[in-house]
Design a protein around this ligand. Structure first.
Ligand code: NAG
Ligand code: NAG
Ligand code: NAG
Length: 517
């Protein structure tokens, strides 16, 4: 009995202890849960702050005239080199197609604006068709129907609180200049100046961001913006330099026209958009590879950036072309020289810099090639390759290498005094009609992160991200086989129906929250 009482008693004591222990444990867990909860929210906050864009950061989408407008000969539009090229040399276009109708944006512009509005973008990048405004290219007369088209578009954008960003030249040169050798002919500088002045005068009351040229390198180093069959007719290693020389001068003229005649009243900004392919030394500890990478960057980017953001062509470009030209028997360098007055006129002609970044390549030193035909790639002196481990898109040249953007932006910061930068064209291309474009989302997310890291950690002055492209369009020599759009376009449908892809929802959320989600 005693014993049983005793055991009862002890059991009770044990139970009490147990209860106290349990209470303790619960209290312990609760406190820790609270600590963990607050730690979690702090972590989440820093995490989201980390991926949050500054308040003044702007997002946009872009298209270009020949790629979307169609209406190639409507209402008095003149003929451009891309009209001629696609009509007369359709065998050079992957699917034999052309931009005669394209996305039919000449008629469907209102829907385009609504798509941009649905995404919530602050910026809409378009290019003007030179021959829609000045049909003969020379500018002897203005085509009012073309002017009306851009006026309607601008007004609709502004009505929806979207700022237009206008590129003057996105490769559709008036055909009349083709027999003159395209941009290799300095006569084009004056005609471009007339066109630029006309555009500023017509639209500059409402358009505040101007880009003179989209991608000088692609204009000059491929046939894209020169004349139809440039590669077969013109000596490589000569024409690229003549073309670049004239484009730099034409850009500077347009800038000065804006500065002297329009800036005071219109208060806008003028810049140029350049392509930056990042070249990474194949072996960082090998000085020859480091040099090869630097040379590639200077031949592709510095050759255009340096005269504008610094002064004259980069030394290494001048030296190497002069040296090789001499060995080839040229009496002077294949790279034309700027006069002192020209260097000064080009220097500083930017309010910001537009950057197109698509790819990264490894650069490797090679033995100095033997003297053969002049070639800008040989002038650059190196070889490049991409890593087979890099994620590939359906178009083999577009690799998923997001880390190349940051060093490109750092290069600009360090060499050119941290100018304001707009990331203009940066988009993933796939070859199939997918609406669930998960690869595009992955690509965009990584590049947006790269942009944000550059802003937050490197203090690079990136002010905007303009995604390429609002919708699938005519992708130059790839015709309609490459798809870069956030919206799908049905090119077999006479109505060119547009459908948002999955990436539309992604980009919309990024813009709405200014956060990479
Ligand atoms: C990189 O270059 C250094 C210096 O030339 C050399 O010692 C090293 O072996 C190279 N590394 C590779 C992986 O080739
Ligand atoms: C594209 O449009 C054509 C013609 O209207 C239609 O037959 C086809 O189903 C459409 N394709 C898609 C993917 O919507
Ligand atoms: C032979 C030929 O097809 N010529 C065409 C070249 O392109 C221009 C512009 O589109 C047409 O007007 C020509 O008929």
């Amino acid at each position: 009995m005693e014993l049983s009482l005793m055991s009862l008693y002890t059991t009770e004591i044990y139970l009490d202890h147990f209860k106290i222990l349990m209470d303790c444990l619960i209290l312990f867990l609760q406190t820790n849960l609270q600590i963990m909860m607050s730690l979690y929210s702090i972590c989440r906050l820093t995490k989201s702050q980390e991926w949050r864009f500054p308040d003044d950061f702007k997002f946009g989408v872009a298209t270009s005239a020949y790629q979307v407008e169609g209406a190639w000969n409507a209402d008095g539009k003149g003929v451009s080199i891309w009209d001629t090229f696609t009509h007369n040399r359709s065998f050079l276009i992957k699917d034999g197609s052309n931009g005669d109708i394209a996305c039919d944006s000449y008629h469907k512009w209102e829907e385009d604006v609504m798509m941009a509005k649905n995404l919530g973008v602050q910026l809409f990048g378009i290019s003007l068709s030179w021959t829609r405004i000045l049909p003969d290219g020379y500018g002897t007369r203005i085509n009012q129907a073309g002017v009306d088209y851009y006026n309607k578009l601008i007004d609709k954008l502004l009505e929806n609180q979207i700022e237009p960003v206008f590129t003057l030249y996105h490769w559709d040169l008036p055909e009349v200049f083709s027999p003159l050798g395209g941009w290799s002919n300095p006569a084009l500088i004056d005609y471009f100046a007339i066109y630029a002045r006309t555009a500023f005068a017509l639209f500059g009351d409402r358009v505040k961001t101007w880009i003179t040229f989209n991608d000088a390198r692609l204009i000059c180093q491929t046939y894209k913006g020169l004349v139809g069959d440039i590669t077969s007719v013109y000596p490589l290693g000569v024409i690229e330099y003549l073309c670049g020389h004239n484009i730099l001068k034409a850009h500077a003229e347009a800038y000065h026209i804006y500065d002297e005649e329009f800036r005071r009243t219109q208060k806008g900004k003028v810049g140029i958009t350049l392509d930056f392919t990042w070249s990474e030394p194949a072996n960082m500890s090998n000085p020859a590879d480091v040099r090869a990478a630097e040379q590639y960057i200077q031949f592709e980017f510095g050759i255009y950036a340096n005269p504008i953001l610094n002064y004259d062509y980069p030394e290494v470009v001048k030296d190497r072309v002069a040296q090789r030209s001499k060995l080839e028997g040229f009496s002077q360098s294949r790279l034309p020289q700027f006069t002192l007055a020209e260097k000064l006129r080009i220097r500083g002609t930017y309010d910001y810099l537009g950057i197109n970044h698509y790819i990264t390549l490894y650069a490797q030193a090679i033995e100095e090639p033997l003297i053969t035909k002049p070639n800008i790639h040989i002038d650059a002196g190196g070889s490049r390759y991409s890593d087979t481990n890099w994620g590939e898109s359906e178009e083999p040249w577009v690799k998923l290498v997001p880390w190349g953007l940051r060093p490109s932006l750092l290069f600009i910061r360090d060499r050119y005094g941290n100018p304001e930068i707009l990331i203009m064209v940066n988009g993933y291309a796939d070859a199939s009609e997918v609406l669930d474009d998960n690869n595009r989302i992955k690509y965009d997310r990584e590049f947006l992160k790269g942009s944000l890291q550059s802003i937050n950690e490197d203090d690079v002055n990136v002010k905007a991200y303009i995604a390429w492209s609002l919708m699938d369009s005519f992708e130059w020599e790839n015709g309609y086989t490459l798809k870069s759009g956030i919206y799908h376009v049905n090119f077999t449908d006479p109505n060119r129906a547009r459908t948002p892809k999955k990436s539309a929802e992604f980009y919309k959320n990024v813009i709405r929250t200014a956060t990479i989600v």
